[in-house]
Design a protein around this ligand. Sequence first.
Ligand SMILES: Cc1cc2nc3c(=O)[nH]c(=O)nc-3n(C[C@H](O)[C@H](O)[C@H](O)COP(=O)(O)O)c2cc1C
Length: 183
Amino acid sequence: MSLENKNVVLGVCGGIAAYKSCDIVRQLVKSKANVECVLTESGSEFITPLTLQTLSKNKVHRNMFDVPDEWSINHISLSQKADIIVIVPATADIIARFACGRANDLLTCTVLASKAHVLICPAMNSGMFSHKATQKNIGILQSYGYKFVMPEKGELACGEYGNGRFANVDVIISVIKGILGQC
Ligand SMILES: Cc1cc2nc3c(=O)[nH]c(=O)nc-3n(C[C@H](O)[C@H](O)[C@H](O)COP(=O)(O)O)c2cc1C
């Protein structure tokens, strides 16, 4: 399915699975989507803006206080442009911030201001994922209509085996296409 004329805002957060966001960008661009990446401060500890910029062929957005090249309200313009906002990987912390309605960085502002579809793909240690706080936050976001591609069981970066492994990239791509196909 072609994603021509579709705007995907990809939020990349600070987890080990951040490197898998590169493959997601690559596949979306191959399907002709316009991909704009928002990299959190922690995300940039795991993956460079240069990599995401090269793969997406677009400037990577990081700081809401950057002076824009042309007139636009940076922390709002992305939310208006997006057909879908996809969070890959979603950390426990970003899920908690979304659930609280925080707007303390560019990614949380973008999601809070947007009427676009939001797809969240968590990846974390199994203890963090199964904790009541995380599960409660996920429930809150589901009640807002946000969609999830839940993590899988498997070997985790921390060396444990459990539920928290980033979902298969092909599954995430097909869910994005399914959502955008209905727009
Ligand atoms: C080596 C390392 C790996 C991490 N991996 C994860 C992870 O997979 N999932 C997660 O929820 N947090 C992980 N964290 C913690 C997050 O980086 C931290 O909560 C951070 O504040 C998240 O910020 P962000 O959501 O704005 O990107 C990791 C931290 C370190 C140092």
